[in-house]
Design a protein around this ligand. Structure first.
Ligand code: AMP
Length: 222
């Protein structure tokens, strides 16, 4: 199973990707997570990406394409993968097509999660992540908790630097202008599955699985 999870920042791509990768036993490739850990470790990649990320801008296509190329060549991706946060521009989408063609891969599903902007802004402002296991929570569910309910890490919740109101608005603008148009590219190839991302995490997962089963009945059980 090869999935591109597409949708605006805060729509729930990371949360759904984690569930789907454990269901299908394939790796979750989050370009945002890769960049954040490079920033944390201040590797040359992290130093280059940090400013753009903090300002809610996109990191350059060259850097992102290099990351994806290195990742997809790894053995762990041979059986499949879930891409979360890539491609985000037309250039990335076209180069990604060429990479897949070079690997003789034609069966990707572009799952597009949809929600209105008001809901997205609320979700992003209330989003907290665990620094250890990287799971994502919303404020009401972890209010007052000292330990991460998934991995047990103590005092590990943090708000991302780019989840402040001003940067959120800018990221949404960039999504509208640079990333959303990429969908047309996949629509022309009939690869897009639209999913309503409102509702509980479980409801959204179920919608994704039902839609995937329609496309690929042999690979999906619900
Ligand atoms: P995310 O966690 O997917 O919201 O990504 C966080 C930030 O990482 C984005 O706001 C961008 O600055 C950068 N980033 C992640 N993926 C990409 C990509 N495919 N192209 C450009 N920048 C990216």
């Amino acid at each position: 199973m090869r999935i591109v999870l597409f949708g605006s920042p805060g729509v729930g791509k990371g949360t759904q990707a984690k569930i789907l990768c454990s269901k299908f036993n394939i790796p979750h490739i989050s370009t945002g997570d890769i960049l954040r850990s490079a920033v944390k470790e201040q590797t040359p990649l992290g130093v280059k990406a940090q400013k753009a990320m903090n300002n809610g801008e996109l990191v350059s296509d060259d850097i992102m394409i290099g990351i994806i190329k290195d990742t997809l060549e790894q053995d762990k991706c041979k059986k499949g993968f879930i891409l979360d946060g890539f491609p985000r521009t037309h250039v990335q989408a076209h180069v990604f097509d060429d990479m897949l063609a070079g690997m003789n891969i034609h069966d990707i599903h572009v799952i597009t999660l949809q929600a209105n902007e008001k809901e997205i802004i609320t979700r992003l402002s209330n989003r907290r992540a665990c620094a250890k296991c990287k799971n994502i929570f919303t404020l009401p569910e972890i209010e007052g908790l000292k330990k991460c309910p998934v991995c047990g890490a103590e005092n590990s919740f943090y708000q991302r630097d780019d989840d402040t109101e001003e940067v959120i608005k800018h990221r949404l603008e960039i999504f509208r202008e640079a990333t959303k148009p990429v969908l047309k590219h996949y629509e022309a190839k009939k690869k897009v599955i639209y999913i309503d991302a409102l509702g509980s995490v479980e409801e959204v997962t179920k919608r994704i699985l039902i839609a995937l089963k329609e496309k690929d009945p042999e690979q999906v059980s619900i």
